[in-house]
Design a protein around this ligand. Structure first.
Ligand code: SF4
Ligand code: SF4
Length: 508
């Protein structure tokens, strides 16, 4: 079967780096399935936004695919049991997230039977559903952005439709070294990826979809090309892009593919684009067409410290220890465990943390990072040349050091995507990205504190206003009663005076 030609007409990508790929080590095998573990650890906050609300109790038996925590608040995502078993705890557990080490988790002791909930008898074809109903359904599947952003997909789609939209961009650009889960997913599940694209186009009422893949992934390009030819949907177009880190960032991808620039502080929807990861697209297909919520994902287990690097499909909640054991375990040189890639991942000190919806890579390195060899900035400007957002990292670093919130904001700290390019080129070995990350946390804490203080002030003022208006009303009523009593005679006046005394005592 012939594949459609990929297109190359690309927009501009600022800065960035060509990094050693280190991917072939994990792409020689097909995706391997990790067995059901003894225990599943399911954090109730695996997404951006409010934690989900547990709806199961300790001792309860649950089935695979059963809803165990429902979305709570305006931005949240459901959590489903990823195998059958008994709930044995709902308690804090070590997790791998950027800001914080422990989070409430639902712990399932698996029975190994993997009994699933009954799938719905008649699954309606997606294109018979109203787009709004389809978006609501996606919300219920617990689906979040699997590229790492973990924004609840249903809510992203709902927010997107408040603006005019032109392009759906499926992100198959996996530019960080070592990570190859999307590459393998596209090779092996191309039809599901494209099926998800069709669902998304219907849900968003969009008639152009770009599937974007880096040119160093010929197998994925061929597989997607063949699936496109089979599907015959002319609305879907394959685009190849060069492998430059961080071209897979949402804003960078929009710029590269459409030549439209996402405004500072804005979103791709501001320029008519919705970006979804290819894994998210396949997850949407499985939920809408097969009734399976997001209970597993493909992840890369790799690095020089792991015996058999590979891509695995694992149930959400499987511990990293179980995943690494499945990949042959650590070798003798293993030194550092990172959840995510070497550029944006998080180093963790325990492998008891669970694999979550965001876990696209488990990386074991053989060299621990060296700290403390920083030198003063020599103002060489290298960091600014590679910054994809065109920021001035050396200035930002200085203002982060000085804790100057105003300057940090005016120099665009909030636009920094924490890609780490500036760190890599800095001859003074300054931990630039870490300082930006910490500064963002401080600014956020300050903003939270300000908003708490503002809420307290408003509460205090509104209480005072309420008390003043109640007093005013009581005074008015007493005056009216006094006037009526004066007309009625002396005994009534005594009664009014008693009431006024009581009122004054109450007010004291
Ligand atoms: S690369 Fe490092 S030394 Fe050079 S200007 Fe940037 S912060 Fe300073
Ligand atoms: S970490 Fe931030 S400042 Fe540094 S290159 Fe990336 S976007 Fe620019």
């Amino acid at each position: 079967m012939s594949s459609p030609a990929a297109t190359y007409d690309l927009g501009k990508l600022y800065g960035g780096l060509r990094l050693p790929a280190e991917k072939t080590v994990s792409t020689s095998l097909e995706i391997q399935e990790v067995p059901i573990p003894d225990q599943l650890i399911l954090p109730i906050a695996q997404h951006v936004g409010e934690p989900a609300h547990p709806i199961v109790g300790i001792g309860e038996y649950v089935l695979k695919g059963q809803l165990i925590a429902e979305p709570y608040g305006s931005l949240s995502a459901a959590v489903h049991a990823s195998s059958s078993g008994k709930i044995v705890a709902i308690e804090p557990w070590p997790v791998s997230r950027r800001y914080g080490e422990n989070a409430p988790c639902i712990v399932i002791e698996c029975d190994g039977d993997d009994r699933a909930i009954e799938p719905p008898e008649d699954i309606a074809p997606y294109n018979t559903l109203e787009p709004r109903a389809l978006r609501q359904m996606i919300l219920q599947g617990g689906i979040v952005g699997l590229g790492g952003a973990v924004f609840p997909t249903g809510q992203k789609l709902m927010q997107a439709t408040t603006l005019p939209l032109e392009y759906l961009i499926l992100n198959g650009v996996e530019c960080e070294p070592y990570i190859s889960c999307d590459d393998l997913l596209m090779r092996e599940q191309a039809a599901e990826v494209l099926g998800g694209a069709q669902i998304l186009m219907h849900a968003l009422d969009i008639s152009t979809c770009y599937v974007v893949i880096e040119s160093d992934k010929p197998e994925a390009i061929a597989a997607i090309g063949e699936a496109m030819a089979e599907l015959g949907d002319k609305r879907i177009v394959l685009k190849q892009v060069p492998t430059i880190y961080p071209s897979g960032g949402e804003d960078q991808l929009v710029q590269l593919v459409t030549n439209l620039e996402v405004p500072s502080g804005g979103l791709p929807t501001d320029v008519g684009c919705v970006v979804q990861n290819v894994g998210t697209s396949a997850a949407i297909y499985r939920w809408i067409c097969e009734g399976e919520p997001l209970i597993s994902r493909v992840t890369t287990v790799t690095g020089p410290g792991v015996r058999s690097p590979m891509n695995v499909i694992a149930r959400i909640g499987t511990t990293i220890a179980d995943v690494i054991a499945f990949a042959g375990g650590y070798n003798d040189e293993a030194e550092q465990l990172i959840i995510g890639g070497p550029m944006c991942g998080k180093s963790v000190t325990t492998d008891r943390v669970p694999l979550v919806k965001a876990t696209n890579c488990v990386l074991v390195l053989t060299e621990a990072p060296v700290y403390g060899n920083e030198q003063p900035c020599i103002r060489c400007g290298e960091c600014a040349l590679v910054c994809p957002i065109q920021l001035l990292p050396q200035q930002l670093h200085w203002y982060a050091f000085a804790d100057d919130e105003k300057k940090l904001r005016s120099y665009g700290l909030t636009d920094c995507i924490e890609c780490g390019c500036c760190d890599l080129v800095c001859p003074s070995h300054l931990p630039l990205t870490a300082s930006f990350r910490n500064a963002k946390v401080r600014i956020q804490e300050l903003a939270d504190e300000k908003s708490r203080a503002e809420r307290a002030r408003l509460r205090y003022e509104s209480r005072n206003e309420r008390l003043a208006s109640e007093n005013e009303l009581r005074e008015l009523q007493l005056d009216q009663q006094k006037e009526a009593a004066r007309k009625a005679g002396p005994s009534a006046i005594d009664e009014i005076l008693k009431r006024r005394k009581r009122h004054d005592e109450d007010a004291e």
